[in-house]
Design a protein around this ligand. Structure first.
Ligand SMILES: [Zn+2]
Length: 144
């Protein structure tokens, strides 16, 4: 598993913001799978960041979130995306195709629902509508 997979989604998106905002001040390739650099934080602090693609848990950053913990922070993600912009692009593409799939699933669900409703007789429709309206009313009473 890579840095992106291990990181929380929120950290990846924040890292994307930092990458787009050019918060990475310096970047150095220190090995075949490793980079180090300095990333500027939101409060003006500068953080020392090291990432290891082969062993993501060995990555480090001295920000309050990641310091001394084996977690992936937004500064590591920003450094990673800056070092390898293609990874950022692939991540966006993946999110996009996931959203398209989700949309297709939803579309299919509504089509099935419509088919089901059309298959009901008038009596069944009246019963189900009445039940749905009662449930709706009860739910509203519950919230109020
Ligand atoms: Zn950090």
């Amino acid at each position: 598993m890579g840095l992106i997979e291990i990181a929380r989604r929120n950290s990846v998106w924040r890292g994307m913001d930092y990458y787009n905002g050019k918060k990475v001040i310096s970047l150095e390739k220190t090995g075949t799978e490793t980079y180090s650099g300095i990333v500027s934080g939101s409060n003006g602090n500068k953080y020392m960041v090291k990432i290891d693609k082969a062993h993501p848990r060995k990555s480090s950053c001295n920000c309050p979130f990641a310091d001394g913990r084996r977690v992936i922070c937004k500064h590591m993600i920003a450094l990673y995306f800056t070092a390898e912009p293609k990874v950022a692009l692939d991540f966006l593409k993946e999110v996009e195709s996931w959203e398209e799939e989700e949309e297709a699933r939803e579309q299919q669900h509504y089509e099935e629902l419509e088919e089901y409703v059309k298959s009901l007789s008038k009596t069944e429709l009246q019963e189900q509508l009445l039940e749905a309206l009662i449930q709706l009313e009860e739910r509203q009473n519950y919230y109020w």
